[in-house]
Design a protein around this ligand. Structure first.
Ligand SMILES: [Zn+2]
Length: 382
């Protein structure tokens, strides 16, 4: 007798085949039948009108903090996500000394738009090292599968202190970081993550630590990861769309390390049609030549919400916006808004349309708002 039957749902099995109506039979935690399952079962759920599909793996999330207090990683689980990857873009909570916790949370606050008060109240800090962090996560009854990347910015801040935010690493510091990467891989890291994106601006408008790294530092740390014989490099490139030169560097890195590289992201930009096409062509040629570099994509147009008090990391990268937001009073802000040259320079730097997934064609009119999507994604990929 089957343990469970999902009766009459619309099955999308992830094979690329057509969706079809079927029952799904489960026994001992495994799917053993798809089709007609007329026999008895210990439990039957009527799922007519619903989609039955494998859980989604979300390879780009920033649940590093939230997962310590929300074992379901809401709202992703409500959308069918059953596995999440954290540590993306190099933002992570470990390694971190207790004295540096606030600074790391401030970085998440600025880059990912997470309220500091929520982070401060919610994060359950346990230990200092990456190994202690993942061990503590593993000890919790998590509602989704969680895989953690080693975060470059956290690693730099841990090894270099405040210098992580202002300068390139010295040889000894790179060696220390490489040793921590090797340790992290032994502890179960999925790989190594970093960002070079100008959109990743931390507290006070400072670049996040990983942006101060030379390419040689990234090469060394990816080499340390690759020494384990596994792992993926996740990176948000400096250029968007990724330039031919930067992509060639990543392709070389993939070939040298023999490890895959995943970058965020390949996107279409409505007011720059076709910008993704040369990227796609270079990726395809690289794959044919053995460079395992894969783009991440967005399944929806991007939108993010922010308020004028807390600001927005992507906009904070614009000097004119930063000057306005950091003005000492509302009166000073109003004066800047009334200033024609401020308005002109702000308008000149403003994107006219949100990016969307490459290869899609918008069906929206230019006047209608884009559909909602996760604020985190837009901050990562823009
Ligand atoms: Zn990200």
């Amino acid at each position: 007798m089957l343990d469970l039957v999902l009766r009459g749902g619309r099955v999308c099995d992830g094979s690329g085949g057509s969706a079809h109506d079927a029952d799904v039979g489960i026994e001992a935690g495994r799917i053993v039948a798809i089709g007609r399952t007329g026999g008895a079962a210990r439990r039957t759920l009527d799922v007519r009108g619903l989609i039955v599909a494998p859980g989604f793996v979300d390879v780009h999330t920033h649940y590093d903090a939230q997962v310590t207090w929300d074992r379901l990683c809401t709202p992703s689980c409500w959308h069918g996500v059953t596995s999440v990857v954290i540590g993306n873009c190099g933002f992570a909570l470990a390694p971190c000394r207790s004295s540096d916790r606030e600074r790391l949370l401030r970085m998440l606050e600025h880059v990912e738009g997470m309220p500091f008060e929520s982070l401060h109240a919610g994060v359950a800090w346990e230990g200092e090292s990456f190994a202690e962090y993942v061990r503590a996560l593993g000890a919790r009854p998590l509602g989704v599968n969680v895989g953690a990347l080693l975060g470059h910015s956290a690693l730099r801040a841990y090894v270099m202190g405040d210098g992580a935010y202002t300068r390139a690493a010295r040889a000894g510091e790179v060696e220390t970081m490489a040793a921590l990467v090797r340790e992290g891989m032994v502890a179960g890291a999925l790989g190594f993550a970093t960002s070079r994106s100008p959109a990743h601006v931390g507290e006070g408008g400072r670049p996040v630590p990983s942006r101060q790294a030379r390419r040689a530092e990234v090469d060394a740390l990816v080499g340390a990861m690759a020494a384990s014989g596994r792992g993926v490099l996740e990176i948000t490139p400096e250029t968007f769309p990724v330039s031919a030169d930067e992509l060639a560097w990543l392709q070389g890195l993939a070939r040298t390390s023999r490890r895959p590289v995943s970058f965020s992201a390949i996107l279409d930009v409505p007011d720059r049609p076709g910008v993704w096409e040369p990227v796609y062509a270079q990726l395809r040629d690289g794959l044919a030549a053995g460079a395992a570099v894969y783009p991440q994509v967005s399944c929806r147009p991007m939108r993010f919400d922010f308020d004028l008090a807390t600001g927005c990391a992507s906009l904070d990268a614009m000097p004119c916006w930063r000057r306005w937001r950091t003005a000492p009073s509302d009166a000073a802000r109003l004066a800047l808004l009334a200033d024609a040259s401020t308005r002109r320079s702000s308008a000149a730097r403003s994107p006219r349309s949100p990016p969307r997934a490459a290869g899609t064609r918008s069906t929206r009119s230019s006047r209608s708002p884009p559909p909602s999507t996760c604020a985190r994604a837009s901050r990562c990929c823009s």
